[in-house]
Design a protein around this ligand. Sequence first.
Ligand SMILES: O=C(O)[C@]1(O)C=C(c2cccc(Sc3ccccc3)c2)[C@@H](O)[C@H](O)C1
Length: 151
Amino acid sequence: MTTSVLVLNGPNLNLLGLREPAIYGSDTLGDVEKLCRATAAPLGLDIDFRQSNHEGVLVDAVQEARTAHRGIVINPAGYSHTSVALRDALAAVGLPVVEVHLSNIHRREPFRHHSYVSAVADTVICGAGAHGYALAVTHLARLLDHAQESA
Ligand SMILES: O=C(O)[C@]1(O)C=C(c2cccc(Sc3ccccc3)c2)[C@@H](O)[C@H](O)C1
């Protein structure tokens, strides 16, 4: 049975690759999606890859994942630093969560150093660019394998 995971992307990531390549790299979000799918397939994972600029749409996607998916990779983008609602949704669904940031948020402006999501994430990966998504998918598979072992 194939295991399905949600890869959820926050605001403005649909514009990825167009500007600030020194910070976010030159990959587009489409490139990131292809990388996630190529990483997931040999691990027996299916990917539901989504992006929204709207906080409520992201909250709805997290809530839907409770019954539709086994785990979540999330780049909350700007909502990392502001959204208690997104944090609460992730805590409520009780799925394994890997938070990913393309940039090293701890080496940027102070307002980016805190993420509300990190307090409810199992793992946080930041500063590895698009490769961070491959690391996140790989690690989520490991978390799920462990969950199966302990079940
Ligand atoms: O590093 C990240 O992935 C991050 O999550 C992503 C963010 C982000 C914010 C706005 C746009 C983009 S992508 C982009 C960058 C430049 C031009 C167009 C799109 C990413 C930041 O809000 C976060 O602080 C950090």
